[in-house]
Design a protein around this ligand. Structure first.
Ligand SMILES: Cc1cc2nc3c(=O)[nH]c(=O)nc-3n(C[C@H](O)[C@H](O)[C@H](O)COP(=O)(O)OP(=O)(O)OC[C@H]3O[C@@H](n4cnc5c(N)ncnc54)[C@H](O)[C@@H]3O)c2cc1C
Length: 397
């Protein structure tokens, strides 16, 4: 599978890998995407589903906040079928939250996020289950994403170009290198146990929290900190907006309505292995208690489920206290420059909200590496429905 521009293998069928495949295909590359499970079976299928406008990050990093605002506006335009634009409400619950309010609004405005304080009675009118004790409320342009539909729309868009081949249940088990160059990858097909090798001109590591393990197979040290967090879900839709605590980003301070359910998240710790992400003892009572501060009665809702997933944070952290200090930004790394492997790029970190932008940056890097200039079009083209993916099947036929 090759053409004038060449054949690229993307490793990882989460939001990052699929958005990267989509952009590469739109620019004319032939792409094979390798995913060890079902598409979105990594962190992408297991996050809150908040469309981040960036307000949560504005105090810590204006650039990340601006990037989220920019990408969330694009996603609302190109993937309306996967987004409920219900907006977000940051609420102050105590005096400490109140002391944070002015700087928070200022930081949002400096990040081009139109944050607007509204009177408390108006907030209580919007959200009937909200605590009557809240002291202030700020509206921001957050929303709810259907994580699966969003990403599968990108996959459908890639298949539409006829440049994509998608291989689920196919795990990379070795990367075969010689003379500072990747010749091929060895994979096992979990549907029949067969092993084979796949060669390509260039390989993109988009394996999220597993990206460090993939890089290691090529002898490359890549600093990815798998940082799991727990989310708790109750039945019933307690809010219509995404409701966040108006304080420094921390644990248990985001409530996201997803269809007829309400999710509170999350907690955060470090794990050496992204496959070991068990819910920590104490997380569930902690999340109930945190939700109660914003929505009294949350604990009386019927329990639906709880799970943990690992963030793919780029960088290293020595202890759990430090995890929040790790950047939520993403990085594209050309391993020719960093590690003397001439045909591998890694794209790691970021958010589900920034998937398209990550795909654009990774594809720009590929174009630069091979010396072609092909503009990105993914911000302007409305994606096909996720349903198109199943009409075409994994191979686009
Ligand atoms: C608790 C929590 C809450 C979050 N909430 C939000 C939110 O509300 N909004 C938001 O925007 N972001 C949120 N995020 C962040 C977001 O979920 C991630 O940034 C994003 O999903 C990462 O996508 P990815 O494609 O990089 O990684 P993944 O989705 O993990 O994809 C990597 C893929 O690589 C595959 N893979 C691994 N090893 C191999 C191998 N050897 N061979 C083949 N395939 C392999 C995996 O199976 C996986 O599917 C949250 C994250 C967490 C942990």
């Amino acid at each position: 599978m090759s053409n004038r521009l060449g054949h690229i293998v993307v490793i990882g069928g989460g939001g990052t890998g699929i958005a990267t495949m989509y952009d590469l295909c739109r620019r004319g590359f032939k792409v094979t995407l390798i995913e060890r499970g079902e598409l979105t079976s990594g962190t992408t299928g297991r996050h809150h589903g908040q469309l981040h406008c960036g307000a949560r990050y504005a105090m810590g990093d204006r650039n990340i906040a601006r990037e989220c605002m920019h990408e969330s506006e694009i996603l609302r335009k190109i993937a309306p079928q996967a987004i409920e634009y219900n907006k977000g409400l940051f609420v102050a619950v105590d005096d400490e939250d109140m002391s944070y309010r002015e700087q928070f609004i200022e930081a949002c405005l400096e990040s081009d996020i139109p944050a607007q304080e509204i009177p408390v009675p108006q907030a209580l009118n919007y959200e009937k289950a909200l605590s009557v004790k809240i002291k202030a409320a700020v509206v921001v342009p957050d929303g709810t994403i259907d994580p699966w539909r969003l990403v599968i729309s990108f996959a459908a868009g890639a298949l539409e170009t006829q440049n994509a081949q998608i291989c689920p249940y196919t795990e990379v088990i070795a990367i075969n290198t010689s003379d500072e160059h990747i010749d091929s990858i060895s994979v096992v097909d979990h549907t029949n146990g067969e092993q084979r090798t796949i060669d390509a001109d260039l390989f993109i590591n988009a394996a999220g929290p597993w990206a460090g393990q993939i890089a290691q197979m090529a002898g490359i040290p890549l600093q990815v900190a798998p940082s799991p967090g727990t989310m708790l879900v109750v039945k019933g839709r307690m809010s219509n907006m995404v409701v966040s605590r108006l304080h420094k980003a921390g644990d248990g301070d985001i409530i996201v309505p997803q269809r007829g359910l309400t999710i509170i998240g999350s907690t955060q710790w470090l794990s050496e292995d992204p496959d070991i992400v068990r819910i920590h003892e104490g997380d569930i009572p902690f999340l109930y208690e945190s939700a109660e501060a914003m929505f009294p009665g949350f604990s009386e809702q019927k329990f639906h489920t709880a799970w943990a997933a690992a963030r793919p944070l780029y960088g290293v952290s020595q202890d759990a206290e430090d995890v929040r200090a790790l950047s939520r930004d993403f990085a594209a790394i050309d391993h020719e420059i960093a590690d003397k492997i001439d045909n591998m790029v890694s794209i790691v970190g970021g958010k589900a909200t920034t998937l398209r932008g990550m795909g654009e940056v990774a594809t720009d890097m590929v174009c630069k590496k091979i010396g072609v200039e092909i503009p990105c079009t993914t911000a302007d083209i409305v994606l096909p429905s996720h349903r198109e993916f199943y009409k075409r099947g994994y191979h686009g036929n």
